[in-house]
Design a protein around this ligand. Sequence first.
Ligand SMILES: [Zn+2]
Length: 468
Amino acid sequence: MTNDESMHASGAARPKTMLVKHADVLVTMDGARRELRDAGLYIEGNRILAVGPTSELPSTADQVLDLRGHLVMPGLVNTHHHMYQSLTRAVPAAQNAELFGWLTSLYRIWAHLTPEMIEVSTLTAMAELLLSGCTTSSDHLYLYPNGSRLDDSIAAAARIGMRFHASRGSMSVGQKDGGLPPDSLVEREDAILADTQRLIETYHDEGRYAMLRVVVAPCSPFSVSRDLMRESATLARHYGVSMHTHLAENVNDVAYSRERFGMTPAQYAEDLGWVGADVWHAHCVQLDAPGIALFARTRTGVAHCPCSNMRLASGIAPIRRMRDAGVPVGLGVDGSASNDGAHLVGEARQAMLLQRVGFGPDAMSAREALELATLGGAAVLGRDDIGALAPGMAADFVAFDLRQPNFAGALHDPVAALVFCAPSQVALSVINGKVVVQEGRLATLDLVPLLERHNALAGALAEAARGA
Ligand SMILES: [Zn+2]
């Protein structure tokens, strides 16, 4: 940004009008997938009024951002995360395990989480996501030890300025009942449902441009009961909120489903009412052909998490087949303990590369990977106001500086380069019409003390687990 006015922009306030001009390339993700040269946006409040070549836009606004040398695109959408796990990255005992072994090593540490740890780790995870181009994220918090509440995550999102789908996760089947989690980490089902209802009534905003929505999200078939899955669906549909869980993550997950329920994960989901346009499932690495057909028919969404799937050796999700069948697919970085580096452009890159490993060199293009990260994620979260830059859409966009070394030699196709080359950090991020990242730095909070506190808490958490 070279424009004087942009240098003085504050992350604290939202201007009445904003003009973005002279972007080298602007990726719209609109119906025609237009990519415009020397282009920009005109924004009023929190929504886009006009998109087009700089010469066709108004000449000024309260805040003007000259984005010469940048690629501008819709803010990326993350559909699956467990932000608290930022406190337990690269834990030695869980570095080389598959899903169930990995979870078992970590549960005993997570049992010592506190409300402050939830808030600080959520801020840290959001900062990392924001700097990688994400403007809307879901977070799946499913354990609430020591007085922790989803309110702790919600407070973090408001403070940092991220658009947020807060998923009220839950676990109710502990080891004594044949589940995977320790009994100390599970909650009573009536308490789960009552708290979920409280959160929806307190926070859920169903309106267009909502900054905060609440999602009903029992953790997984191996940690909650059939009853809780059903009652959660009833509650979610009563309030018209989305539903989210983990499904068919690996072969052991499928074996558990067959053994305990006598069904494949997809059959189990259908039996419980967990299919429909208001539902999205994380992973689905082992979703079979009838499952893919079911998801396509019912518009059930999938959060694809390629890095996590590789980290835990879960397999290669059949995203090509899902997309061809018409299943809505978004991207998720997944929790920081199974993808220790949360970077949403990096995730798009891995999605492209991993489909090629599984299904050939034309299995996914760079542009399709970016579509998953924007429009795909928006559809999965049930939103038609984010994921594209067009009149009437939310003013959520990001800019990448094309003058960085990782783009050198690829400027004939900067859009593909964003995915093919090493993942970039954003230069600028605007959410709901407000600057959240400027000059590559967070504008809404001071990162240094946050990370110091985060690292101190990560140490305290490890210490508490050792002493237990
Ligand atoms: Zn997960």
